[in-house]
Design a protein around this ligand. Structure first.
Ligand SMILES: Nc1ncnc2c1ncn2[C@@H]1O[C@H](COP(=O)(O)OP(=O)(O)O)[C@@H](O)[C@H]1O
Ligand SMILES: [Mg+2]
Length: 365
């Protein structure tokens, strides 16, 4: 297995569109790196650059210690699994699995042996003589995975391989993929637009926006310390609430205590050295409490309640018109068109620069 690294890669398509901008990113040997971002952020472009299906405009790509920037796909020795996997309909599962080896003129006995091992590890043994049309979507996806594994490539690239599966199958196949990653110890780069999929699957997650890398970190770190407002809003569900306002040093004490004011919300937060006073306060819905009065509370109108069984998702609007989302415990039941009090968990707030969106050194206990 081998690491895959992009070094200062730019990709400008023929029409002048910049799909990757000064991108430096590494999947370490044996790592499962997840690349996440909204549609059009350049995720497929990055994978295609790694695979050699697209040429970089500038920069370097390495697999292991080799500079592969100018090598064609077949010399890079990595396997790619797409969302729209194409199995050969006229071939059996066994033939589909072995196809990559037979076109490389490998001996039949060796192909048989590898196909059997991979089929076993993917639970495909009983299906080896079926044709793709006789398989469920999940089984077909596992055959597509198996076909990549049989080749024993240096690394695997996955481009939204599960997005055509229904929710339950997606979870099952994801678990399977995780298990497979641990078992093979393979280097994998996995692309998804789904932040929850990214959080559950990745050792580390790279967040991409408009071809620019925003942050690379562990799932916990991304969630707890998003580097900027974009990452903060993209990772986590429901999405983080943002309230624009100002930050002012409090006179008393003056040792890092600041007052945030905006949209009728006034709370004190602790910050390191702060330059800007125009900020955006970020609060996750899980860190907004719906309470009956108390300190630092804010009256709000409930506009909608979504009962989820284990919790209620409560949509409120503040006196200034600002809308917030809170996640509340299932009891007591909250009713729409009532007034409630909202309390912000001060130790869990995030503060971002209002202009450029970068995280400021505030909040957190
Ligand atoms: N061959 C191409 N020529 C011009 N623009 C392209 C080409 N391929 C992709 N793009 C553009 O590059 C951007 C990134 O595309 P892509 O990498 O497919 O994003 P993602 O996989 O994150 O949805 C999109 O705006 C897309 O329209
Ligand atoms: Mg894509």
């Amino acid at each position: 297995m081998a690491r895959i690294a992009l070094e200062n890669v730019d990709k400008v398509y023929a029409n002048g569109f910049v799909a990757a901008r000064d991108l430096s990113l590494e999947a370490a040997d044996g790592e499962l790196l997840v690349l996440v971002g909204p549609s059009g952020s350049g995720k497929s472009t990055v994978l295609r650059l790694m695979a050699g299906l697209e040429q970089v405009t500038s920069g370097t790509i390495r697999i292991g210690d080799r500079d592969v920037t100018d090598l064609p796909p077949q010399k890079r020795d990595i396997a790619m699994v797409f969302q729209n996997y194409a199995l050969y309909p006229h071939m059996t599962v066994r033939e589909n699995l072995g196809f990559g080896l037979s076109i490389r003129k490998q001996p039949a006995a060796m192909i048989d042996q590898r196909v059997n091992v991979v089929a076993g590890s993917l639970g495909l043994d009983a299906l080896l003589d079926r044709k793709p049309a006789q398989l469920s979507g999940g089984q077909r996806q596992r055959v597509a995975l198996g076909r990549a594994i049989v080749r024993e490539p240096l690394a695997f690239l996955f481009d939204e391989p599960l997005s055509n599966l229904d929710a339950q199958l997606r979870v099952e196949t994801r678990v399977e993929l995780s298990r497979l990653h641990r078992k093979l110890g393979a280097t994998m780069v996995y692309v998804t637009h789904d932040q929850s999929e990214a959080l559950t699957l990745g050792d580390r997650i790279a967040v991409l926006r408009d071809g620019v890398l925003q942050q690379v970190a562990s799932p916990m770190e991304l969630y707890a310390r998003p580097a900027n407002r974009f990452v903060a809003g993209f990772i986590g569900s429901p999405a983080m609430n943002f309230v624009e306002g100002t930050l002012q040093a409090e006179e008393i004490g003056g040792d890092g205590n600041f007052a945030f004011r905006g949209s009728g919300l006034a709370i004190s937060v602790r910050c390191g050295s702060i330059r800007s006073s125009r900020v955006v306060l970020g609060v996750r819905p899980q860190h907004l409490e719906v309470v009956d009065g108390g300190d630092e509370t804010l009256r709000a109108e409930v506009t909608l309640v979504e009962p989820m069984g284990n919790e209620q998702i409560v949509y409120v609007s503040l006196p200034g018109g600002e809308r917030l989302v809170a996640v509340a415990s299932p009891e007591p039941q909250i009713k729409p068109d009532t007034t409630v009090a909202i309390r912000v968990r001060r130790d869990a707030v995030h503060v971002f620069d209002a202009e450029i969106g970068t995280r400021l050194d505030c909040g957190g206990a």
